[in-house]
Design a protein around this ligand. Structure first.
Ligand code: EPU
Length: 447
């Protein structure tokens, strides 16, 4: 057993355990990770529950009028931050390993003052869930990785259409409605966040809400399945048109979160880039990984899919390639940064075009320090390989950028240190343990 915490205990203390039992002071010392490269890495990684489902399902749990039991919740900082927010609102939270029980409170605090809200993006799901549950909410704009401009106008426009008044005061958002009314909402872009937030608001709204051009990402479906498990009336899952008929009450549930396709993809990219015998990711949904496994196969990797696992190996040099990211089922933007590290290990020119976020290239400056021939032209990352990456002193700036640097450090011969690794632990569960299972030695050292 890893740990048990009861609802009356301070969840903040759990940060002690999240990072593979190594304590770091919150808001204090910056976390530095030291990685000893090993090109011959090989082994099996067990993939955890999905971060981007969890960060919506935890705020969505307040919609339930009874107890919610969540299984396969990833033990990552973003989840613990959201659970701290839930507690500050009055909810009971019990955590045992990857299972969480959330108990409703009699009187929910609608003023979510907590500074924790600005630590991550997923906190914006309290807007939709609080409107649906409580008809009003006062909170901060969300934080999250700096990937260029990240407006939430689609969320707010959707709420407005559903009869919500919106005021902003300094950096606070105040949303109120006398009665949430179902509406037909056409999204300009299939935004993951806006689709989920409007779906949350619509769950207990009066009448029918239709979301056209909604996001198809599997995380949207996972959140919809969670809501349905509590009695929500949602149809059109997996299509571009979600139909939500508002219900009055939601009931007790036990729900298992889907596996994290981006965590799995990150390790598969590491396997493709290294020279080991084989790397297997277990506990995955192979369908969710198709855009990646198709790419890796097409450039020469051997991919073996079996039930809920994927094994990657290679017997010849990989072919260079060009690809663009796009909404699901396209190649995910969340794997664009790790993919650029793989590109440095392939002979010739490769490129990846980022079409979702305006500035998701923080890894480039750091890979240059390791000797990579890499540049950003417009919204395309261009790489000329193959490069023997040198160990370096790097700085992580965002979650998936940090994953790109971890892969690079694993490939480099020698010891690399990466500072600001708090961003990595926001979204990757037990990375030290999982990398150790592949033969990679790494540890946290403080500045
Ligand atoms: N956009 C708007 N207005 C909006 C909403 C989005 O202009 O109201 C734009 C964004 O600026 C962006 C594009 O639409 O250019 C797509 O944004 P989307 O709303 O789909 O992204 P998100 O909800 O902010 C989620 C994930 C991201 C993931 C994207 C795309 C969470 C908490 N975040 O972000 O995950 O990259 O969908 O799949 O679910 C990560 O895990 O590292 C991460 C950043």
């Amino acid at each position: 057993m890893f740990f048990i915490k009861k609802s009356n205990q301070k969840i903040g203390l759990l940060h002690k355990f999240i990072i593979d039992k190594i304590y770091y002071k919150k808001g204090g010392n910056k976390m530095i990770m030291e990685i000893q490269g090993n090109q011959n890495l090989t082994g099996v990684v067990n993939i955890g529950g999905c971060k981007n489902s969890a960060v919506a399902i935890i705020p969505a749990s307040i919609l339930c009028d009874e107890e919610v039991r969540l299984i396969n919740v990833p033990q990552i900082d973003d989840c613990f931050t959201l659970l701290e927010i839930l507690k500050s609102m009055g909810h009971g939270v019990t955590i045992e390993d990857n299972e969480i029980i959330i108990k409703p409170c009699k009187k929910i605090k609608y003023n979510i003052k907590s500074d924790l809200v600005v630590k991550l993006r997923g906190s914006y799901y309290f807007l939709g869930s609080m409107l649906s549950k409580n008809k009003k909410v006062k909170t901060y704009y969300p934080g999250g990785c700096d990937l260029g401009s990240r407006p939430i106008n689609y969320h707010l426009d959707g709420f407005k259409k559903m009869n919500v008044t919106i005021k902003t005061k300094k950096n606070m958002l105040i949303l109120k409605t006398k009665k949430l009314i179902g509406e037909e909402i056409n999204l300009e872009f299939p935004s993951v966040g806006a689709t989920i937030n409007i779906m949350l608001a619509a769950t207990k709204a009066e009448g029918t809400t239709i979301i056209n051009n909604c996001a198809l990402e599997p995380e949207v479906e996972d959140v919809a399945k969670f809501l349905i498990s509590m009695g929500a009336n949602i149809t059109g899952l997996g299509t571009k048109r979600l139909v939500i008929n508002g219900v009055k009450k939601l009931f007790k549930t036990t729900f298992t979160l889907m596996p994290d396709r981006i965590e799995a993809g990150t390790y598969l990219i590491l396997g493709a880039a290294a020279n080991g015998r084989a790397l297997t990711v277990n506990n995955v949904d192979t369908h969710h990984l198709k855009s990646l496994t198709n790419l890796l196969r097409s450039i020469g990797c051997t991919i073996l899919e079996k039930d809920n696992s994927v094994t990657i190996s290679k017997s010849k040099p990989l072919k260079n390639f060009a690809i663009s990211v796009s909404p699901y089922p396209g190649f995910p933007t969340d794997l664009q940064q790790p993919l650029t590290t793989l590109m440095t290990q392939i002979e010739g020119a490769s490129e990846v075009t980022e079409t979702i976020f305006s500035n998701r290239f923080s890894q480039v400056e750091e890979l240059l320090k390791m000797g990579a021939d890499i540049k950003v032209v417009g919204n395309t990352v261009k790489v000329m390989g193959k490069t023997v990456l040198m160990p370096g002193k790097l700085k992580a700036k965002d979650l998936r950028g940090s994953a790109a640097l971890v892969i690079a450090a694993c490939l480099s011969e020698g010891v690399t240190t990466i500072e600001n690794m708090e961003v990595f632990f926001r979204g990757y569960e037990y990375p030290i343990k999982k990398l150790a299972a592949l033969g990679i030695k790494c540890k946290i050292i403080s500045r």
